[in-house]
Design a protein around this ligand. Sequence first.
Ligand code: COA
Length: 331
Amino acid sequence: MARKNKRRIKITGTGFYVPDKVLTNADLEKMVDTSDEWITTRTGIKERRVVSEDQATSDLAVEASRIALQNAGLKVKDIDLIVVATSSPDTIFPSTACWVQKGLGAGYVPAFDLSAGCTGWLYGMIVAEGLILNGAHKRILLVGAEVLTKITNMKDRNTCVLFGDAGAATVLEESHDESGMLSSYWKADGSLGDLLFLPGGGSRIPTTPETIAQNLHYIHMKGNDVFKHAVKRMGEAASEALKSAGITKEDIAYLIPHQANIRIIEATGRRLKVPPEKVYSNIHKYGNVSVASIPISVHELYEEGKLKKGDIILMVAFGAGFTWAAAAYRW
Ligand code: COA
């Protein structure tokens, strides 16, 4: 949707946190039948971060949130809603957002989780926009955090090389200048859910010793199919977001695709005819960290001084569901 009435939300603070432990491709070579060469050429990933046994998703989210609040010049008490996008919650209930509220000492602010696979943070931006512009909330803490390594079978070479752990947080408020979210686009196709899913542990297949023996508590993925849909849908979402913002690819300073695979990232850039130097990628450092990947990228670009006031970024994601979304944003 285009922002016809010109009221917009903006990001007033960003932060991210990754665990200290680094898992390199060389480490993975010792765990499964794979090679640095295969992982690098097929995915672009060189290393990823892994939590310690006692760290959960909310722990990463809390660390990231403290940094984002500091960068926004705000205190925890200034926040009036916490939304956590995640597919790897601390617990099925309460929500990870409630654990984050507790961890931050955020008082009684409402808190809920949003589940939209790797697209969750962008979905969260669109939800937050509605809540801020209709006057329900003033300052929303939107977090994307995942501990994917605990729901990945580290003996399955098809998935264990891909994922990493990270948390990223953003503070969102109404914009009072030209900056902010210019347009958005979001879609889902539930009929393809079983191409990328975690089958066990829910009400469809409750956990039993048998489901554990069958590894149903881990991510299951048809990588090739996901790949094809991701490239097509990310291209579609990005084009639609550009169109509804009334801008063209020439207007954007950076394309920030969800960091799933360097080949998906590059193919999305090619599809949109955005030159490679404008396509942001950090997948070599973190792997696929799902909902955290776009907000980490935004934070890095800003911290490295690569985003100047007025620059337009185009963010686009695809994930389990399937879900896909994009947003054009003026810095
Ligand atoms: N190391 C070495 N070989 C591996 C391997 C690994 N880690 N993982 C798979 N292989 C093997 C396969 O077993 C297969 O061998 P075979 O030909 O003997 O059967 C071969 O490599 C090719 O597998 P294929 O699945 O066709 O590879 P691919 O080029 O599609 O790459 C992915 C696999 C997973 C990297 C790729 O499909 C992908 O990135 N998909 C999207 C996944 C994703 O982003 N998911 C999250 C979306 S948000």
